[in-house]
Structure formats: C-alpha cells, structure tokens
Ligand binder design. Structure first.
Ligand SMILES: NC(=O)c1ccc[n+]([C@@H]2O[C@H](COP(=O)([O-])OP(=O)(O)OC[C@H]3O[C@@H](n4cnc5c(N)ncnc54)[C@H](OP(=O)(O)O)[C@@H]3O)[C@@H](O)[C@H]2O)c1
Length: 263
C-alpha cells in the first residue's frame, strides 16, 4: 500500500469517469482532495459523499479548463501550497473524424487536453520542486500511439501528453517529483457522450475496462516507477524496447541528410 501523501491531491475532471474514480479511490486511502471540473454542483455532491464516507477534507474548485482565466485559478490554488499530487485527467474526446468537428471544436479540445495540463504542470512542478517532491499524473490515451484512421486531433493531444510527461521526467530527475503518463485503453465513462451514443455497450465487454480498474493500475504503476503506464500491457519490457527504438532513431545516423533525398 502506498504511503499517504503529505498534502492534498488535486484531480481535474473529477465529476465523471476516470477522474471521479481517482477521487473515490484516493479518498478510500485517506487522501484529502481538491476536485476540479465545470459542474460545481456535481463536484459538491461527490465531495460531500467522500467526506462523509472517509472523513477526508475535500475542496471543490469549479473551472472550465478551456478558459485561460479558469486555468489560472487552478494554478493559483496550486501555488498557494499544500498540494502534493496533481492529476491532469480532464479531457474531451470522441470518435469524430477531422472534418466532422469545426475548427473551434478542435481548438477547445487542444485547450482542455494540451494547454490546460501544460499550464497546470507548470504551477505544479514549480511548487513541488520548491517542496522537494510530489506526484504528477497526466492522463493520455492509447490513441496517442495508435496509427489508424480515427480521431486525429484527439490522438495528437494524447501523444503530447506522453512525450511531454516523459521529457519532464528527464528534466526534473532528482527533484523528488514522480511523473506518470497514464495511457488507458477503452474505459467505460461518458467520454464523447458515450452514455447517449451507447458506444461502449456495442463493444465486447472484455474490451472495455471499468474506470476503477484503470485508476488502481495507475496508482500501482506509480509504485512500480512506470513513467508511462499502460493498464492493459502485460509485458512492460515491450514498451521499453519500443520506446528506446523510437527515441534513438532520429539521432542514430548523425546529422547528414540521407542519400535518398539526393541533396
Ligand atoms: N474513456 C476512455 O475510453 C478513455 C480512454 C483513454 C483515455 N481517456 C482519457 O481519460 C480522461 C477522462 O475522461 P473520461 O473517459 O473519464 O471521460 P468523462 O466521463 O467524459 O469525463 C471527463 C471529465 O472531464 C471534465 N471536463 C471536460 N471538459 C472540461 C472542461 N472544459 N473544463 C473542465 N473539465 C472538463 C468533465 O467534467 P465537467 O463536464 O463537469 O466539466 C469530466 O469530469 C480524458 O483525458 C480522456 O481523454 C479516456
């Protein structure tokens, strides 16, 4: 069992799905929480339930993470102190193709999936570096690595999460900050309005994980020191081999332009 955090755990997207499961499982473990999402009433109901069930302190911080002003509110709360774990989980996704969404919808996805976690990480890394430690989990997706026709902007935002988190982990090695990019597979939540579209009900049940199982894997992965956590991957060495192969590729041949380009 992991040691209790020194400070509070801030979870974005805590009103539903994977974020709500993080809040519930961390509260079960006696952690105090700060819950972030747009629906403040839903967060308050979750907060009251968790405080009553587990005797933990739960703050509610309603914020629209597509709004820079609201992202700043979250950053300011982290800078105030007493936050030792940040889980950047809030996200927008779905199966829509590139031209099925408007430029504004793409922009909103980038704001919530990329800009907000990047800025929130800035506040968190700064505070945790000064405090001598902490934990940051950024929720990506298997779509960040899968190459197939599908939601391209969503996949791109989740590739950012994986690369960004791994590079932060390198840059802040020795700072006492633990980093994890969680890359879930299909998880039964309301992502892309799934409760209305019924998309998860049309898939074989064994292909869709419950959010609680994904969160327990993430927290176990932290203890294992996995910087990129794939809940469904049986053999972690396969990931390490793939990562090292890709990472060494661009620099392997020196810096001369390849002969096939005829330059
Ligand atoms: N479900 C899957 O199959 C799956 C697979 C891989 C990765 N993921 C990732 O898991 C994370 C959590 O998603 P989920 O599957 O749990 O979906 P979900 O049930 O739809 O939950 C999304 C959460 O994000 C919050 N959110 C959305 N837009 C927001 C905004 N503009 N500002 C603040 N909060 C916002 C929502 O709260 P409000 O509506 O109250 O704001 C909600 O709490 C996402 O990053 C997603 O990409 C999911």
């Amino acid at each position: 069992m992991a040691a209790k955090q020194q400070g509070k755990c801030l979870v974005t997207g805590a009103s539903s799905g994977i974020g709500k499961a993080y809040a519930e499982i961390l509260a079960e473990r006696g952690e105090d929480l700060i819950l972030v999402a747009r629906r403040g009433d839903v967060l308050q109901e979750i907060a009251d339930g968790l405080s009553a069930a587990h005797g933990v302190e739960v703050e509610v911080l309603p914020a629209d993470l597509a709004s820079r002003a609201d992202v700043r509110k979250v950053m300011e709360r982290i800078a105030q102190g007493g936050v030792s774990m940040v889980i950047n989980n809030a996200g927008i996704g779905g199966m829509a193709g590139f031209l099925d969404l408007t430029p504004e919808e793409h922009l909103q996805m980038i704001e919530v999936n990329v800009t907000a976690p990047t800025l929130i990480c800035h506040a968190a890394v700064k505070a945790m570096k000064e405090a001598g430690g902490g934990t940051i989990i950024n929720v990506g997706s298997g779509s960040g690595f899968t190459i197939s026709a599908g939601p391209s902007v969503y996949g791109g935002t989740k590739a950012h999460v994986a690369q960004f988190t791994q590079l932060l982990n390198e840059e802040f090695a020795g700072s006492g900050i633990r980093f994890q990019a969680l890359m879930p597979g299909l998880t039964r939540t309301n992502l892309g309005n799934a409760s209305e579209t019924g998309i998860f009900d049309r898939l074989p049940p064994e292909r869709v994980q419950p959010p609680e199982a994904v969160v327990r894997a993430s927290l176990a992965g932290l203890e294992l020191g996995e910087v990129v956590c794939f809940p469904r991957l049986e053999d972690y060495a396969q990931w390490e081999t793939a990562r090292d192969a890709i990472s060494s590729l661009p620099g392997k041949q020196g810096n001369a332009i390849a002969a096939r380009y005829g330059t």
